[in-house]
Design a protein around this ligand. Structure first.
Ligand code: GDP
Ligand code: MN
Length: 390
């Protein structure tokens, strides 16, 4: 799960990372008020969206007057911001972060990620900040510093000092860097983050270290024990199909194809997507309805899959162990009737109560397409797609 920059800054500040003072705004009036409240002569107005690359996309502006803050905020709020990290629809801008402008002398990069190879948290830093990490890796790879953190000791002081030296920091900046990187590490570890990125981490004109941008992502599977993090979720920034599925407790990932999938078990769902591809089709989604799928749950799964306008065929593939084929069949029939479906639905049932399940499908009188095997189901789904006009 991703969070907004202002939320990440608040979290990191709580662990001891220096950030500029700022305030949230949901309207141009509020943005201008924030500027006045902060005082000074320069402010940065920043679109709060779950994507980076805002600067070059026109989502960040350094303003010199309250009028400028107002006008920029007015032009930005309610817009879809398209950046190199979003799709072509962009992300809706519904809140802005207004902060005191910082006088930048140098931009650094600091990130924490999970390195699966070493099974450790890895720190990545560079003296070439401002650019994205991929660009730094391409244009200035020698500037990259990587350090793996031993979980038994945590990020220890000498490691942090070595990092500061390798980034070319001097005097007071070294102590500030040690404090900031250790704070980021603790935030990452204590809150079950999967990523912390400060880009840029700047040295100000006065020589101090400040986090000008902040990004954090969290392990969704750990949110149950981090309610304070879970509360930061912003559904306006999520794929609406995924937000709906999440609210209904379904494991769903939206994809670009047109074959809607309703499947039980993550492994079977992956295998089914492979079979669809092998048969020449493209899945519209990954959806695992899980064990013990009641007819109601199957209905919800149908509604979720149908909320994607690209779906032209639905493939239901159930291998019932804990599930019961008759329940799933009942859900399919009810959903078909309730939603007044006209698009083709392919159903493949196997496992517990399969005979009862098939009977319900056969006796429904609905034009459901049945299949015996996974391969047959995928082929039938691909074949059932309406032919596009050439
Ligand atoms: P991103 O493009 O989404 O990563 O957004 P950032 O928060 O990193 O902002 C983009 C760029 O705006 C930064 O790399 C800075 O160069 C610039 N910027 C942000 N805040 C300030 C500020 O307080 N003063 C100045 N002069 N530039 C800023
Ligand atoms: Mn940035």
């Amino acid at each position: 799960m991703d969070i907004h920059e202002h939320q990440a800054k608040e979290i990191l500040a709580g662990f001891g990372v220096p950030v500029p003072r700022g305030g949230l705004a949901y309207s141009p009036e509020q943005a201008a008020f924030r500027a006045r409240e902060l005082g000074g002569t320069g402010w940065v107005v920043k679109a709060q969206v779950h994507a980076g690359g805002r600067g070059e996309a026109g989502g960040v502006k350094v303003c010199k007057s309250e009028h400028e803050v107002y006008d920029f905020a007015k032009g930005l709020l309610g817009r879809q911001l398209v950046t190199r990290q979003t799709d072509q629809n962009g992300k809706g801008v519904y809140r802005l972060w207004v902060e005191e402008a910082t006088d930048i002398a140098k931009e650094l990069y600091l990130g924490f990620v999970l390195d699966r190879k070493s099974e450790r948290i890895m720190l990545v830093a560079s003296s070439s900040g401002g650019m994205e990490i991929e660009e730094i890796a391409e244009e200035d790879p020698d500037s990259l510093v990587r350090m793996v953190v031993d979980p038994a000791h945590g990020l220890v002081e000498y490691q942090a000092r070595e990092l500061a030296f390798r980034l070319g920091l001097k005097g007071d900046q070294i102590g500030q860097m040690v404090k900031a990187v250790r704070a980021c590490y603790r935030a990452y570890r204590d809150l079950d983050a999967t990523m912390v990125e400060i880009n840029p981490l700047v040295i100000t004109g006065a020589g101090d270290l400040v986090a000008l941008d902040a990004k954090m992502s969290f392990d969704t599977n750990a949110l149950y024990r981090r309610p304070q993090v879970a509360a930061l979720r912003d559904p306006s920034q999520e794929d609406s199909r995924e937000a709906m599925a999440h609210d209904n407790g379904l494991a769903y990932v939206g994809l670009d194809g047109d074959i809607g999938c309703i499947i039980n078990g993550a492994g079977l769902a992956m295998a089914t997507m492979d079979m669809i591809k092998l048969s020449g089709g493209e899945p519209a989604n990954f959806l695992d309805i899980g064990g013990g799928a009641s007819p109601e749950r199957v209905m919800t799964a149908f509604r979720t899959v149908l909320s994607d306008p690209n779906v032209s065929v639905i493939l239901v593939n159930i291998f019932a162990g804990i599930n019961r084929c008759d329940w799933v069949a009942k859900g399919v029939v009810e959903a078909y009737r309730a939603e007044g479906l006209t698009l083709p639905v392919v159903v493949r049932l196997a496992g517990t109560n399969v005979d009862e399940g098939r009977k319900i499908i056969d006796e429904s009188g609905l034009p459901l397409i049945t299949a015996e095997t996974l391969a047959e189901a995928a082929e039938k789904a691909v074949a059932a797609r309406p032919k596009k006009a050439a």
